[in-house]
Ligand binder design. Structure first.
Ligand code: NAD
Length: 496
């Protein structure tokens, strides 16, 4: 298979009001493969005028178009059709995602593409089950609650899983009955530009889905500020989220933020060390550590500390780094998204060394000239990390694990909950009472017990606690409730 044969020769276009268009300025940007930092495609760069057209189209489609009057059943059918079209193009999407984000192709094809299709199927069903409730009330009165779409939703996406995440979010937004303007990350725009073709071919009415590329500071900011956008959902870093909170105050619009993490993974001394070493490794190296819920702080019982670290070192050193398409050569570890992001990870590695953390493995640049062309950072494990160190407190978003020893359950929990983040966490113990007790007390929205990473992610979405986010994930994030109070008795004014 030649991955480049899937790439369009002309620049990828914006999708506005049912049409694939160049940006008003005709400005393009290079799309770069992070494995070698070589450009392999071009895409049009959106500016504010393009965004304004997209927002007006989404507004019209919601307020006046057929979408707003469609039944949930009709919306559901369109989503199912889009899911089928996407499934037929899974290979193409997986190739583009691998090229643009430096992913492992097998994972992009057999995990992310499958999850993306599944999202369409799941939310197509969900669209038909958005029930409200009747609230018990005085005789002669009826009080019922409806869930309605927010209206025009701005969906701002990060670069670390744009295809799968984009499909999950956009299918939920549409199932709820909203229209959407998607703003992908500048590092990873192609999958959403391609996804527009799927909506187009499935027959979604013009303006229901729009895709505008461009910088966060311009396009993202303008989406949040626009009085024509009813709700903004952003997945990205905590600093960006704080910015959005500030900017959204002028329109008091609904916002939902899925932000950064620094998730603890607590391992007690009653586990099978060989087994849990593999989970700990998986927890911080998946997608080269560029996963929001990665288990990047290993809180390890003192009784198994050195044995566990020695085995983890061996495991980490068995990775074969390289181009994600080279699965036949055994490549199972890929690159970071960009040079600048890799440099930020290297700064943290240097800061860990300076702070006196004990380097167990990694921490030095690859010397292979092929790997040096890309943004590779080896799996890096620091032991004896203390809560005062920046590498303990701050999200690194790369394959860097900080290990801290503990003796008692209380101590483990204090270490686990000792950062400003609250996204996820793990606990490993064969004592199920203890494992569940600890799971209950970790401050985070997704907790894994004797496993790492979620199964049935769409059905049971997580929520960011503390500075990891605002809003409960899932379809209701994109909906707004309305209570209707009905008087069933003619002319019965209250006696006041
Ligand atoms: P980022 O914050 O740099 O960018 C996210 C998006 O916000 C991009 O599309 C960007 O262009 C846009 N943006 C930037 N500045 C903006 C502004 N002023 N106004 C509006 N939009 C703006 O994040 P990233 O580097 O793309 O992604 C990595 C981060 O995302 C990590 O912190 C990771 O933990 C987080 N993340 C969280 C989740 C979750 O579910 N909680 C999932 C994936 C990634």
């Amino acid at each position: 298979m030649d991955p480049l044969s899937y790439v369009k020769q002309e620049p990828y276009k914006l999708y506005i009001d049912g049409e694939f268009v160049a940006s008003d300025s005709k400005e393009t940007f290079d799309v770069v493969n992070p494995v070698n930092n070589q450009p392999f495609a071009k895409a049009y760069k959106g500016r504010t005028t393009d965004l304004e057209k997209a927002i007006s189209a989404a507004r019209r489609a919601f307020d006046e178009g057929p979408w707003g009057r469609m039944s949930a059943k009709e919306r559901s059918k369109l989503l199912l059709k889009a899911g089928k079209l996407l499934a037929a193009r899974a290979e193409e999407f997986a190739v583009i995602e691998t090229l643009e984000c430096g992913k492992l192709y097998m994972s992009a094809l057999y995990y992310e593409a499958q999850m993306a299709v599944d999202a369409f199927e799941y939310f197509a069903g969900k669209a038909r089950c958005l029930e409200g409730k009747v609230v018990p009330c005085d005789a002669g009165h009826l009080n019922y609650v409806l869930w309605q779409p927010c209206g025009v939703v701005g969906e701002i996406l990060p670069w670390n899983g744009p295809f799968m995440m984009g499909c999950q979010k956009v299918s939920a937004i549409l199932a709820a009955g909203n229209t959407v303007v998607i703003k992908p990350s500048s590092w990873a725009s192609l999958s959403m530009m391609l996804l527009a073709e799927v909506f187009h071919d499935a027959g979604f009415p013009a303006g229901v889905v729009n895709v505008v590329t461009g910088s966060g500071a311009e396009i993202g900011d303008a989406l949040v500020k626009s009085p024509l956008v009813d709700m903004v959902s952003m997945t990205g870093g905590t600093e960006t989220g704080k910015n959005i909170i500030g900017v959204s105050k002028d329109t008091v619009k609904d916002i939902a933020l899925e932000l950064g993490g620094k998730s603890p993974n607590i391992v007690f001394d009653d586990v099978d060390v060989d087994d849990v070493v593999k989970w700990a490794k998986f927890g911080f190296t998946l997608n080269s550590g560029q996963v929001c819920v990665s288990g990047t702080r290993l809180i390890l019982h003192k009784n198994i500390y050195e044995e566990f670290l020695a085995k983890l070192k061996t495991e980490c050193e068995s990775f074969i780094p390289g181009d994600g398409f080279d699965y036949m050569k055994g490549v199972n570890f890929s690159t970071l998204i960009s040079k600048s992001h890799a440099e930020s990870v290297w700064k943290y590695i240097e800061s860990g060394k300076k702070a006196g953390a004990r380097l167990i493995t990694g921490g030095e640049r690859y010397t292979d000239p092929d790997l040096q062309k890309g943004n590779f950072v080896p799996p890096t494990v620091f032991a004896d990390v203390t809560p005062d160190m920046a590498i303990f407190q701050e999200e690194i978003f790369g394959p860097v694990l900080c290990v801290t020893p503990f003796e008692t359950e209380e101590e483990a929990l204090a270490i686990a909950n000792g950062t400003e983040y609250g996204l996820a966490g793990g606990v490993f113990s064969n004592n199920i009472k203890r494992a569940l007790r600890v799971a209950e007390r970790i401050k985070g929205g997704q907790i894994y017990v004797n496993t790492y990473f979620s199964k049935a992610m769409i059905e049971s979405p997580g929520t960011g606690w503390k500075q990891s986010g605002i809003g409960v994930a899932g379809i209701h994030k994109y909906m707004i409730s309305k209570t209707v109070f009905v008087d069933l008795i003619d002319g019965s004014l209250p006696p006041v």
